[in-house]
Ligand binder design. Structure first.
Ligand code: MSP
Length: 508
């Protein structure tokens, strides 16, 4: 990138979470992934904007509030704090937190509705159909399970009839197919792209975007007896946060450079409705949509009624924040469903964090204390670990670029393992003090420095600690790639501290 090129901008989002519920590890999985990906892009020097937030309108939230005897706003104000607290606990560094009840969002939704209406893509009609409140979505009879049950929640749907404004989605079948054809990486992974394409090819029906039966929502600007359908409102959050309808320059800088991370249950809204809404308003669809599966507990989707929800704090007590982050990033490949297992989490923590990384640091620090006077020697330029580090960097970068944290971390940990193997092969604990020993220890310290940079998106607090223990100033998060991953950056001559175990072993 030359000095006159525009900066690389990287905009990443999570879904905005309904405030009818408390945050659980399924929500945390997406949020931590987005956080780690954003941190990776900051390391690359990209101008990065990471957005999360809450979806506060709709019947589901209104009913949760009623059930608790408070107004929807009071309910939202109370629940939003649980999300903010959870993300703070997990060391999530979002740049913005959007609530759909904020005035800036009302203004953006109003603008978007007007733009689509003025272009003739919204019309009045009558809606009659079956509605699942949990999904905030209509279903056709053939989509329902026996007994008129929602296919996702297996709960009865409600029969609804009202005058609604409709978004003319049917007109966007061909424009969407054209968009998909011109942008092969639009939806990832490939299987989810095919699912979205299959849905479009089946034929698209106009969908209702307003309600008169409820009042909790954004009023339709030209007919305020109606409030906006919660999904039309919610999807717009992604443009509200970058200044749509408010700050054109900012909006043009960030849109459409957006990457949406979503779960498979909201694929249709993001991969079909949302790009069509944007095209209808004369805007470009987002750059990419990355779709992940469900995190299952005992083979089932977490739900309040099944009492199988796990709160992030429950696991942080046992594994620490970085133990939590590492497990979900490393062990739940982005795409397929994954079954949560406490036993596997213990195994992963003990093998990768306590044994591989923790022991590496402790071994290095012990030998440096005993045989190098506590001062870390410089690495060799021609160390056998140098080419390993170069390969590891390339594979780690590919993993993060493709939103595959499990592959990125698997690659980074290859350097940890190879460095342990290098120490075992050379046995510096048996060597005499002198240049040969210094060379081995300098190489190991340099490998640790590179690991601290490459792993910082996943386990930021640990990498900070590691950085300081090997005697470096500042933070690995402030380094810039690719330079920081280039062999030879550890200067030598700094004080190495052993300290307590980075990750105390857990009983298996
Ligand atoms: N409010 C909408 C999203 C609007 S985005 C414009 C919504 N909220 S939600 O709170 O129900 O779900 C938010 C996200 O959490 C979805 O991506 C959903 O897939 C994800 N998950 C909910 N349970 C999950 C698991 N058990 N596992 C992984 N993700 C899960 O939908």
């Amino acid at each position: 990138m030359g000095p006159s090129d525009p900066p690389n901008r990287f905009y990443v989002t999570t879904p905005i979470y309904y405030v009818n519920d408390a945050p659980h590890i399924g929500h945390a999985y997406t949020t931590v992934t987005a956080d780690a990906v954003a941190r990776w892009h900051r390391l690359l020097g990209d101008e990065t904007f990471f957005l999360t937030g809450t979806d506060e309108h709709g019947l589901k939230v209104q009913r949760a509030a009623e059930a608790n005897g408070v107004t929807p706003r009071e309910w939202a104000d109370r629940t939003v704090e649980r999300f903010r607290d959870a993300w703070k606990l997990l060391n999530v560094a979002n740049d913005d937190f959007i609530r759909t009840t904020e005035p800036r969002h009302y203004a953006a939704v109003t603008e978007l509705l007007k733009a689509v209406y003025d272009k003739g893509h919204i019309e009045l009609g009558t809606y009659e159909g079956m509605y699942c409140v949990a999904c905030e979505a209509y279903y056709t009879a053939d989509e329902l399970l026996d007994g008129n049950l929602c296919p996702i929640h297996q709960r009865p749907v409600e029969q609804v009839r009202e005058d609604n404004y409709f978004f003319k989605l049917s007109r966007f079948e061909q424009p969407l197919l054209d968009w998909y054809a011109a942008n092969p990486g639009f939806v990832q992974p490939e299987g989810k792209r095919n699912e979205a394409l299959g849905f479009i090819r089946q034929g698209l029906q106009d969908f209702s975007i307003s309600r008169t039966s409820i009042s909790w929502g954004v009023p339709i600007p030209w007919d305020p007896r109606h409030v906006t359908y919660v999904w039309f409102d919610a999807l717009a959050n992604y443009i509200t946060a970058v200044g749509y309808g408010d700050d054109d320059e900012r909006f043009r800088a960030w849109w459409p450079a957006a990457r949406h991370l979503i779960g498979k249950d909201i694929l249709r809204f993001h991969c079909v409705y949302w790009p069509a809404m944007l095209l209808a308003a004369g805007l470009e669809p987002p750059r990419n949509i990355f779709v992940h599966g469900f995190l299952l507990v005992g083979g089932e989707k977490m739900s309040k009624t099944k009492l199988n929800q796990i709160a992030p704090a429950d696991l942080v007590d046992d594994f620490g924040v970085d133990g939590f982050r590492y497990h979900f990033l490393r062990d739940t490949p982005f795409g397929p469903d994954g079954d949560f297992s406490y036993e596997r989490m213990v195994e992963r923590y003990n093998s990768d964090l306590a044994n591989n990384l923790g022991n590496l640091l402790s071994r290095v620090a012990t030998v440096v204390a005993k045989k190098c006077g506590g001062i870390g020697p410089a690495p060799r330029p021609d160390s056998p670990l140098a080419s390993v580090a170069a390969d590891v960097y390339a594979a780690t970068a590919a993993g993060w670029d493709n939103v595959q944290p499990s592959l990125a971390l698997e690659a980074t940990w290859r350097l940890v393992r190879e460095t342990n193997a290098y120490l075992e092969a050379n046995e510096p604990w048996k060597m005499e003090a002198g240049p040969a020993l210094d060379a081995v220890m300098g190489d190991a310290l340099e490998a640790l420095r590179i690991v601290a940079v490459l792993a910082v998106p996943a386990i930021p607090a640990t990498c900070d600690e590691l950085w300081h223990r090997i005697g470096l100033d500042g933070s690995p998060a402030d380094q810039r790639l690719p330079k920081a991953a280039t062999w030879g950056g550890y200067p030598g001559g700094t004080e190495v501290t052993k300290g307590t175990a980075l990750f105390p072993r857990l009983p298996a």
